[in-house]
Design a protein around this ligand. Structure first.
Ligand code: NOJ
Ligand code: NOJ
Length: 501
């Protein structure tokens, strides 16, 4: 396959440096005036990779670099910021997604475990143990006996309940935790702590699965903690959690009461059908995040849809069991329209060509401290980069011709002028156009990363948002989820580079 040398030579040359830097520990951030080299995307990626890992670990109790000696092992704070805004709490969602970044590392390096591998494994086990404790707290969402406490969205960092008014429950937390922990258990590592499979399954996973099966039809607050309704992100990660749970039970021939498995199975079947009709609408050719608000209060465009898609598909054969994978037309269109909207909405995007700084959703008014006007977010922008890399990965590993139709041509038109006079257009696998398309999608993904590079600070620190007028960072500093989502995107970029070399 031929690709533009202009893209691959710098990527290729950068790779050894990338690997070398990999083992260098705290070299950058221990220097007071350390900077990340923003000269090229690759020079920045090489530096930022280490900074992002170190800063992410600083926000986890008992990691080698943790900021706060008093944090229990396995506690993950959303951000070290204690005032303006106060994000010094543990959120179930942020933690479950962040721990996935560590689990990905184990998946990638299982054949050559190094010191980091061992540290991450230990931290993941601590995270699991810590969640056992959080699940059992009596909170404003309820208690453990009824199961209602499992929808509690956030906790104090000392593992006591957060007893103030908040958008609760948030029913994405338990299924995200289920999928993260099960993906760790699938690795079959020898535990470093007192944990074992049956304890984790029976005491931690099973209650969460029961919660999902009992609650998927009920409204809860969305991942942005603002609207009580049914949401695509929440429903899709619930479906994925149920699926992972059922798979685990079946493949380990667990001897459970039949009713439990039946309950999970029928919930999975019903939720799947529900998702396939409820989140699409004949007036839109993209998935709608919160149908209740469509079309008057909300357009339905929301980075949550992209997040839902990437976090409920593992890029393997089992993905067919969960609808709305990253190459689904309604998901591709979603990225197209969200990008288009954000380009005109946020002034810093006006002069950009294809990739832009993506916010959460068009109608957003949260500025990172209070409410005024929304800004672009690092998480949303990194998610677009990751999604595009995964799409390329799928296109080249599936070895299929690509069919461009009215239903997806707007997406492909972002990168390639496509003549669709016949209504559809077949791009042969490995043809010149196919290769050009792949090449342009990689460039598009990279240009989302360039937007991130241009707005992080000179030490590689990443907050929650960047200002839509002047581009400087806003909101909670050193946001754990920002580092995690960037590392996930870099991981997929790296996989593409490996795949094509
Ligand atoms: C804080 C929440 O975490 C954020 O997502 C939300 O937008 C604002 N509160 C709304 O005030
Ligand atoms: C606000 C975000 O909207 C929410 O998704 C997140 O869980 C919290 N901040 C903590 O990072």
């Amino acid at each position: 396959m031929k690709f533009s040398l202009l893209v691959f030579i710098p990527l290729y040359l950068g790779y050894p440096i990338f690997q070398q830097l990999f083992n260098v520990d705290d070299s950058l951030s221990s220097l007071p005036d350390a900077t990340v080299n923003k000269t090229t995307l690759q020079s920045w990626v090489n530096d930022e990779y280490n900074v992002a890992w170190n800063n992410l670990l600083r926000n986890m109790g008992n990691s080698s670099t943790c900021n706060d000696d008093d944090l229990y092992p396995g506690v993950i704070v959303a951000s070290p910021s204690k005032v303006q805004p106060d994000y010094y709490y543990q959120w179930t969602r942020d933690s479950a997604l962040t721990i996935r970044t560590l689990i990905h590392y184990l998946q990638d390096f299982i054949d050559s475990p190094d010191e980091r591998f061992n540290e991450y494994q230990w931290l993941i086990e601590q995270y699991i143990w810590n969640n056992y404790k959080l699940q059992r707290l009596q909170t404003m969402s309820g208690d453990f006996t009824s199961g209602n406490t499992l929808g509690e969205p956030k906790f104090m960092v000392d593992n006591t309940p957060f007893n103030e008014k908040w958008g609760r429950p948030q029913n994405d937390g338990p299924p995200l935790r289920v999928s993260s922990i099960l993906s760790f258990m699938k690795l079959n590592l020898t535990y470093k702590t007192g944990l074992n499979d049956s304890f984790i399954f029976n005491e931690i996973i099973k209650p969460d699965l029961g919660f999902v099966a009992n609650n998927w039809e009920k409204e809860s607050f969305d991942l942005w903690e603002e609207i009580q309704s049914l949401h695509f992100f929440t429903s899709l990660v619930q479906l994925k959690g149920l699926f992972d749970g059922i798979q685990y039970i079946k493949s380990n021939s667990l001897d459970l009461e039949d009713e439990f498995l039946d309950h999970l199975q029928s919930s999975y079947d019903n939720l799947k059908k529900f998702i396939e009709f409820y989140y699409v609408n004949s007036n839109a050719n993209y998935v709608i995040e919160t149908p209740n608000l469509f079309p008057h209060t909300r357009s339905g465009l929301d980075a949550a849809v992209l997040l839902g898609s990437i976090h409920s598909h593992d890029m393997n054969d089992l993905d067919v069991n969960i609808p709305f994978d990253i190459d689904n037309n309604y998901i591709l269109n979603h990225l197209t329209y969200l990008t288009r909207d954000m380009k005109s909405r946020y002034p810093i995007n006006h002069n950009l060509n294809q990739a832009v700084g993506l916010g959460r959703y068009p109608e957003d008014v949260y500025d990172g401290y209070g409410t005024s006007e929304g800004n672009p977010w690092f998480i949303s922008t990194a998610t677009a980069a990751e999604m595009l890399c995964k799409l390329v990965y799928k296109m080249i590993s599936d070895k299929q011709d690509l069919v461009v139709t009215r239903a997806n041509k707007e997406f492909f038109n972002m990168v390639l002028p496509i003549d669709d006079s016949d209504g559809f257009f077949i791009i042969k696998y490995k043809s010149k156009v196919f290769d050009e398309l792949v090449d342009s999608l990689i460039k598009l993904s990279d240009s989302f990363l360039v937007v991130i590079k241009d707005h992080v600070d000179l030490r590689g620190g990443i907050s929650e948002q960047f200002n839509k007028y002047h581009g400087f960072m806003e909101g909670a500093r050193d946001l754990t989820w920002s580092y995690s989502s960037l590392l996930n995107a870099l991981r997929w970029r790296e996989k593409i580079i490996d795949f094509l070399n």
